[in-house]
Design a protein around this ligand. Sequence first.
Ligand code: NAD
Length: 337
Amino acid sequence: MTNTITVIPGDGIGPEVTKATLTILRAAGADLEYDEQIAGVTALEQVRNPLPDETLDSIRRHGIVLKGPLTTPVGSGFRSINVSIRKEFDLYANVRPTRTIVPGGRYEDIDLVLIRENTEGLYVGVEHYIGMEGDPKAAAESVMIITRFGAERICRYAFEYARKHGRKKVTLAHKANILKYTQGLFLDVGRELAAEYPDIEWEDRIIDATAMLLVLDPYRFDVLVMENMFGDILSDLMAGLVGGLGFAPAGNIGTGGAMFEAVHGSAPDIAGRGIANPTGLLLSACMLLDHVEQRPTADRIRTALDKVVREGNVRTQDMGGKAGTAEFTEAIVAALG
Ligand code: NAD
């Protein structure tokens, strides 16, 4: 059955990388139909609402989203639409695979998966100023929420993911030495669950040491699971191991649907110049195809992408090449055969 998906091209470089991705999906014969919707600054400008009801309705109807990056104003303005969508549809598991694509970088053959809790932690957005006489913004505080329910379902997701994908080890990264209640609860739950998965090797590590070890010896890791903000930071670090944000895909999976997006943002510094690398969104689209049981099509696209990048004649600037988005896209379409 053909799946209809909601497509949100997004802000900044979003429309450029989305166009490239849809071109490749169509050329590869993906059995998908596309319901294009707006969100973010683009929607704010067009309909004065960064998350229009039509967009939410479309997601509700189709349950699967391919989303370009959305700009979030810093410090003031509307809250992150990415976070709103994740919350609205309870997309609790953020799956971020990291794989070496461009050879000759600092590390060869990286193949890691980070699973980030997507709905709790500091991202619940419970924060406020604490005023003092004469200074209403004298201090500010944010609340980190960790629930047993949230910790358990994300840790279980990580163990199940490891089993399903033939992975050997799960590392839970935490800061339970300092945040004894919140991070301690997350760690306790992970430890309890590990006992149910004797076939999967399990370890826990403090987050700062995990960051260092990822740089020194990433090969010791396999699947990593952690709470929201730690996952946000370490997944960018992991993208750095394989050449940067341009190569990092993500799937947000949950009870109300699934949303696939690149890890990178809207890159306002290069928007509109036709030089963005579409690989992050393209690999996210491949994760979407895996999700809707169209894995052979996803594999064909991944093989074509690898071929183009490994041959090295057509690469975008962030890969050290000279090609623009369109030329890189054409090369992948040609490599599909
Ligand atoms: P960014 O990821 O947009 O850019 C960081 C750097 O990486 C920039 O130099 C940019 O040019 C480069 N870069 C990113 N993607 C690239 C690509 N595909 N090809 C080539 N180069 C690429 O991060 P930022 O500048 O911190 O954030 C910009 C905006 O994006 C902010 O409003 C932020 O909130 C938003 N953002 C959105 C998402 C999302 O929608 N999921 C994620 C992260 C940031």
